[in-house]
Design a protein around this ligand. Structure first.
Ligand code: SIN
Length: 324
């Protein structure tokens, strides 16, 4: 069995059918993608780190690790801790700052990805707008993703990601600063994710991506030590897929905004299940640590899977779930 094709609802691909058999292109609001596979922020560095593994243009979009206004060192070690079906992290947004990215990285990166999405995080809603303004109109930048949902920074995702009024103000500040497509990345650590998505939409976010990591922790009872230096961190990987699926479906049903699904994607079936539940595109995260070329593998299998199920386009799967 292919490493990217799990036990499948669609059946296996017929011999002789290549990826060209189906049209994989999708639209995420104003952002047109050649295929629905995107990297999840933080799991593919600033993009160029993935070049030893594949041609960046194979992905529908490359999303860079979160950039902040000033450089950040990140959180104390250990920052990663494996659990039986997911990965806990508390990285703390380490990065060299937006100026370093614009001056030293973007000139090399521009034009290599089919679409480049720059993920940003401010310390205030205004600072989100400031960062967006700095990236507006720069060659090679196709869209912004707003990280209002990192659980691992001081104050956590609480000041930005949980309050629909704050989300409305934050996205409005960004909207005023840029004409770029804006994707707002949502936290699952809320009681009503659709209300947060609705606020992002009302402030003219072009899409929402969900979910960021779920708050979690682990401890070794023998040593008494927690798995993470900050004790509590964010859980990602296959363990969170059913939760993310529920949230993707809920937001797609209740809010008229394109949704990008994130959470535990390892197979083509995961991709198609998220699309069936309403996602227009899908980000792949934790799997990168095991299979760095997971994106081109998934893209290569997607067309065959669709053709095997008698589908001519990826688009027709979006929101095709039948509700009992
Ligand atoms: C981190 O850098 O701590 C992870 C980023 C995130 O969860 O948004």
């Amino acid at each position: 069995m292919s490493p990217v094709t799990g036990t499948t609802a669609c059946g296996s691909a017929p011999a002789g059918k290549g990826p060209e058999a189906a049209d994989l292109s999708v639209d995420v609001g104003p952002l047109s993608l050649t295929n629905p596979l995107m990297t999840a922020s933080g799991t593919a560095g600033l993009g160029l780190e993935m070049e030893p593994f594949y041609d960046l243009s194979a992905a529908g979009a490359i999303v860079v690790k979160t950039l902040t206004k000033r450089p950040r060192h990140g959180n104390p070690m250990p920052r990663l801790c494996e659990t039986p079906s997911g990965l806990l992290n508390s990285i703390g947004l380490p990065n060299k700052g937006i100026h370093h990215f614009i001056d030293e990285v973007l000139p090399d990166l521009a034009g290599r990805a089919a679409r480049l999405v720059v993920n940003i995080a401010g310390t205030t809603t205004r600072e989100f707008g400031e960062l967006a303004g700095m990236l507006d109109g720069l060659p090679g930048v196709d869209a912004l993703e707003l990280n209002i949902s990192c659980p691992n920074v001081e104050g956590g995702d609480l000041p930005f990601g949980r309050d629909p009024d704050v989300v409305y103000r934050l996205v409005s500040d960004v909207r005023e600063a840029t004409a770029l497509p804006v994707i707002t990345k949502l936290s699952p650590n809320v009681s009503d994710i659709a209300a947060v998505a609705q606020a992002a939409k009302q402030a003219d976010s072009d899409a929402v991506s969900l979910i960021n990591t779920l708050l979690g922790m682990s401890v070794d009872w023998r040593t008494g030590r927690p798995g993470l230096g900050t004790v509590v961190g964010g859980l990602s990987g296959p363990a969170i897929k059913p939760i993310a699926m529920r949230m993707v479906w809920e937001v797609s049903r209740k809010v008229d905004i394109p949704v990008i699904a994130i959470g535990g994607v390892t197979t083509v079936d995961d991709v198609l299940e998220y699309m069936c539940a309403g996602a227009s595109a899908v980000q792949v995260g934790t799997t990168h640590y095991k299979t760095p070329d997971i994106i081109p593998r998934l893209v290569a299998e997607l067309g065959a899977q669709l053709a095997g199920a008698g589908r001519a386009t990826a688009r027709e799967v979006i929101g095709s779930m039948r509700t009992p």
